[in-house]
Design a protein around this ligand. Structure first.
Ligand code: AMP
Ligand code: MG
Length: 400
C-alpha cells in the first residue's frame, strides 16, 4: 500500500493545464483567465458629474450665496457643446459630461432653480473638482487589469464590460467523461434480473462534475468485455479531456478494465492506505488522463474527492495542490484499531456560532452504503490506530 499523499502527488505530477479559448463575456463567469487583460479604454471615459445639480466655475461660488445664469441643461449621454462662462452654470444630471469651463458641481439640494428667469441660487462655495468624477480615475489605458489565473467573478466581468472587452481568453472548461463498468449494472429503465444492480456511480460522478462547473460527458455503462471497453475508451479519448471510469480496478477475475487500459494506456495500479477507496488507478491514454475509480459507490465518490478533484481543478487553472482540510470537533467515537489505513468516515457536520465544525457519523459506514454519503457533508480523517473520542479534534474534508 502507498500513502494517500504519494498517490495524490503521482496524479498531480502528471496532469497538465488545459489550453485556452476565447469566449464572449456572457460565458466567462467563474472561469479562469488565461491571458492578462490590458485596458484599451479609460474609465470613466470622460469627466462627469457624480450628482444631480449644477455645473459651475468654482471661483464663482467663493462668495456664496450667489445667483448664476443657467445656460444649459445637460443630461447623461448628451454632451453640451458650449462653454460655461463667468457667472454662468448648467443644470446637470448624474453621469452627464462636465461642460467646458465648469470645474465643479453643486448638488441640487444646495441650490434653488428659477425656471422662469433661468437662474440658480447657489447656497454654498465649492472647491474645484467637487462631485466631479475624472476621466481615467478608475482605469487608465494600458493598465493590466487582471492577471492570468484570475477566477472571473461578477466584479471582474463588470470591469471588463466597462472597458469595452467583448470576449476574454479563458482556460478551457474540462470535458469530463464518466463511464461505469460492470456486467451487473443496469439503469432504471427495466426491472433487475437476478444478480443485477442499478448503476449509481455514473449519476454521482456526473453530478460531481457538473457541480464543479465542468462539462460532464456521459459515456454510459460498459460491460466487462474487452471489445466494448476498447470502443468506449477510444470514444472517450476523442470526446473528453479527462476520463473517470468506475469499477474493475481491484482484484476481480473479470476486471477487463485493467487489461484494456494496460493495452491502450500507460497506467499505474495502486493500493492506497485508505478505507474506503483502497484500489485506484491513474494513467494516460495518449495525453488524456484516466482515473480508475473503485466500483463501490461510496468508494468511487471518496476516490473522486481525494484523488481526482484537485487534479482536474489544476487542469482547469487552479494552483491549489492540497486538500482543503479543516479541524472539527467530533461528537462520536470515530477512531479505529490499527489496520494500516486512514479511514474516511462519512460525517454530518454543523458549524457553531464560533465557526467550529461539530461532526457525527452520518450513518452506516460500509463502502456500499451510499445513504450515509447522501446525508454526509464532510469526510472525517480517522488516522490508523488512533482513538478519536467525543470532544476530540478530527480533520475533515467538507464535501461540496
Ligand atoms: P468492482 O470495483 O468492479 O469490483 O466493483 C465493486 C463493487 O461495486 C461491486 O459490488 C459492484 O457491483 C459495485 N459497483 C461497481 N460499479 C458500480 C456502479 N456503477 N454502481 C453501483 N455499484 C457498483
Ligand atoms: Mg466490476
Amino acid at each position: 500500500m502507498i500513502s494517500l499523499e504519494e498517490a495524490r502527488r503521482h496524479v498531480l505530477d502528471r496532469v497538465a493545464r488545459l489550453g485556452s479559448t476565447l469566449v464572449p463575456l456572457a460565458d466567462a463567469y467563474g472561469r479562469v483567465l488565461a491571458d492578462p487583460v490590458i485596458a484599451t479604454e479609460q474609465v470613466p471615459p470622460f469627466a462627469n458629474t457624480a450628482m444631480d445639480g449644477f455645473a459651475v466655475r468654482s471661483l464663482d461660488t467663493a462668495d456664496a450665496p450667489v445667483t448664476l445664469e443657467v445656460v444649459a441643461t445637460i443630461a447623461a449621454g448628451d454632451p453640451f457643446e458650449g462653454v460655461i462662462g463667468p457667472g454662468q452654470a448648467a443644470r446637470i444630471m448624474t453621469g452627464a459630461p462636465m461642460p467646458t469651463g465648469a470645474d465643479a458641481v453643486v448638488m441640487v439640494e444646495r441650490t434653488r432653480f428659477d425656471a422662469d428667469r433661468l437662474t440658480v441660487d447657489v447656497e454654498i462655495a465649492v472647491r474645484p473638482g467637487n462631485h466631479v468624477r475624472f476621466a481615467g480615475e478608475d482605469v487608465q489605458v494600458g493598465d493590466e487589469l487582471f492577471a492570468p489565473g484570475t477566477v472571473l467573478t461578477a466584479g471582474h466581468l463588470g470591469v471588463l464590460a466597462s472597458v469595452g472587452v467583448a470576449a476574454v481568453s479563458i482556460l478551457r472548461c474540462p470535458r469530463v467523461g464518466v463511464v461505469s463498468t460492470g456486467d451487473e449494472l443496469v439503469d432504471a429503465q427495466r426491472p433487475l434480473a437476478p444478480g443485477e444492480i442499478r448503476d449509481a456511480n455514473r449519476h454521482t460522478l456526473l453530478a460531481l462534475v457538473a457541480a464543479a462547473g465542468w462539462e460532464p460527458v456521459d459515456l454510459g455503462i460498459a460491460a466487462d468485455d474487452p471489445a466494448v471497453l476498447r470502443t468506449v475508451f477510444a470514444e472517450a479519448v476523442d470526446r473528453c479531456d479527462v476520463i473517470l471510469s468506475s469499477g474493475g480496478v481491484s482484484m476481480g477475475a473479470f476486471d477487463y478494465v485493467k487489461v484494456v487500459l494496460d493495452e491502450i494506456g500507460d497506467m499505474r495500479w495502486m493500493q492506497i492506505a485508505i478505507k474506503p477507496a483502497k484500489p485506484f488507478a491513474f494513467g494516460m491514454i495518449g495525453d488524456t488522463p484516466v482515473f480508475g475509480l473503485p466500483g463501490n459507490p461510496v468508494s468511487s465518490m471518496v476516490s473522486f474527492e481525494l484523488l481526482a478533484r484537485t487534479a482536474i481543478e489544476w487542469m482547469a487553472g487552479s494552483d491549489r495542490t492540497e486538500l482543503p482540510l479543516l479541524w472539527a470537533r467530533s461528537e462520536d467515537s470515530l477512531g479505529h484499531g490499527s489496520d494500516g489505513k486512514t479511514h474516511l468516515l462519512r460525517v454530518e457536520g454543523q458549524v457553531d456560532d464560533h465557526g467550529i465544525w461539530h461532526v457525527r457519523r452520518a450513518g452506516g459506514q460500509g463502502s456500499h452504503q451510499l445513504t450515509a454519503m447522501a446525508r454526509a457533508n464532510a469526510l472525517a480523517f480517522s488516522p490508523d490506530g488512533q482513538m478519536i473520542e467525543p470532544g476530540d479534534e478530527v480533520q475533515i474534508l467538507p464535501l461540496r
